[in-house]
Design a protein around this ligand. Structure first.
Ligand SMILES: *Cc1c(COP(=O)(O)O)cnc(C)c1O
Length: 428
């Protein structure tokens, strides 16, 4: 039976515990699992039988989380890891090898940008960037070395809408998989697989967990990409490190299996079962929280757009340059609750404004139940020079806001007060 989103977020992937009948998902806080006998042990190791061996490879609590996100996104399988950054790194390293290139949208999370431009380059994987507002740029930039096209479903930090379907259509002409970071949209607002995406990743630290308590990452496989193409060499030769398995023989679960039994097994950023439990708790109320996040954000964007001290605002529904057709297509359930704006007075005014807020927390996270604020140019994007900042769509005065679940009147009062006092108190 196929259930709707709100039902899946509560029940997906869980079968009440056969030993205790526990209604909540039990936390299996264990590193390893007792074999029934020597034959069972041997069968598990030689892949003749499925089962738990060691929590780095899999854990029953974590498995519920993996199945739940896979059903919510519409995939064939998922892998949970210790952070969103690990989910991104593991996805790239499972597909690309020395000599390959990753082609990424330029409006992405600062950490991913840094990984692509600095860290991964030292391992012989190069990167290049395109402007997702102009998908046709891909025709110029795709080369025989391109093995991944990477985008975020809603750009960070400006929340711009990306035309996933057009980008996937171009990528697939060259048999290149499209990886989508769906952290900001969540499957409640956008399901990238419906538009042709091949792999979805999440920083579950954000909306999925939803309460700012735990770091976690998820990788979901659509099962649709054809890895049998000889250019994906590591999928098409027997892996001597894993019983001579040829991953492409696994068809729809080739990618997600390789990510688990090779990348995760050998490098070990496994998610702790306790954090898997906390992310599951968050997912139980995902749709309700996202609806309220979106509603509060819309009211705040409306307030800011009418305030004469606000120079510009990037919320998709209030930005005069927004592509209305894309919004209608991708954001039927509402736009983001994370967006940016700039006050008159530039960088200094922005800093003073943030210091005047009382209810918003000034910190480096988004998508908490609590409202958050930050100045990207001096923090998350602090290592980028002005030219790189511009490439990422960040201005020196940009303020990023993550609207939480407080009463929106209180949030607006806090913003109003900080806008006033940052103006009066200063030497502007
Ligand atoms: C936070 C974030 C990440 C990194 O995730 P962590 O859980 O912090 O490692 C990746 N992508 C996006 C869009 C994010 O917001």
């Amino acid at each position: 039976m196929s259930y709707k989103f709100e039902t899946i977020q509560l029940h997906g992937g869980q079968y009440p515990d056969p030993t205790t009948g526990s209604r909540a998902v039990p936390i299996y806080q264990t590193s390893s699992y007792v074999f029934k006998n020597s034959e069972h042990a041997a069968n598990l190791f030689s892949l003749k039988e499925e089962g738990n061996i060691y929590t780095r490879l899999g854990n029953p609590t974590t498995q519920v989380l993996e199945e739940r996100i896979s059903i919510l996104e519409g995939g064939v399988g998922a892998l949970a890891v210790a952070s969103g950054a690990a989910a991104i790194a593991y996805t790239f390293l499972t597909i690309a090898k020395y000599g390959d290139e990753i082609l990424s949208a330029n409006n992405i999370y600062g950490g991913t940008y840094n990984f692509l431009t600095n860290t991964i380059v030292d391992y012989g994987i190069t990167s290049n960037f395109f402007n997702p507002k102009f998908p046709e740029e891909l025709y110029q930039l795709i080369t025989p070395k391109t093995k991944i096209i990477f985008i975020e479903s809603l750009g960070n930090p400006s929340g711009d809408v990306v035309d996933i379907e057009t980008i996937c259509a171009i990528a697939h002409k060259f048999n290149i998989p499209v990886v989508v970071d769906n952290t900001f949209a969540t499957p409640y607002l956008i399901k990238p697989f419906e538009y042709g995406a091949d792999i979805v990743i999440h920083s579950a630290t954000k909306f999925l967990g939803g309460h700012g308590t735990s770091i976690a990452g998820l990788i979901v496989d659509s099962g649709k990409f054809n890895w049998k193409d000889s250019k994906f060499e590591t999928f098409n030769k027997p892996d001597s490190g894993y019983h001579g398995l040829k991953y492409s023989d696994l068809n729809d679960i080739a990618f997600i299996t390789k990510a688990r039994v090779k990348t995760l097994r050998d490098t070990g950023a496994a998610l702790s079962p306790f954090n898997a439990f906390l992310i599951l708790q968050g997912i139980e109320t995902l749709s309700l929280r996202v609806e309220r996040h979106v509603k509060n954000a819309r009211e705040i964007a409306n307030f800011l757009s009418k305030n004469t001290e606000v120079n510009w605002i990037s919320h998709p529904e209030f930005n005069k340059n927004s592509d209305k057709i894309l919004i209608e297509k991708y954001l039927k359930k509402g736009a983001t609750s994370i967006f940016t704006f700039g006050l008159n007075g530039g960088r200094e005014r922005g800093k003073k404004f943030i210091d005047s807020l009382k209810l918003f927390s000034h910190l480096a996270n988004v998508a908490d139940a609590k409202s958050l604020i930050i100045h990207p140019a001096s923090t998350t994007h602090g290592q980028l020079n002005d030219l790189e900042l511009k490439k990422c769509g960040v201005k020196p005065e940009t303020i990023r806001i993550s609207v939480g679940l407080e009463n929106v009147d209180d949030l607006i009062k806090d913003l109003e007060h900080a806008i006033k006092s940052s103006k009066l108190g200063g030497s502007l």
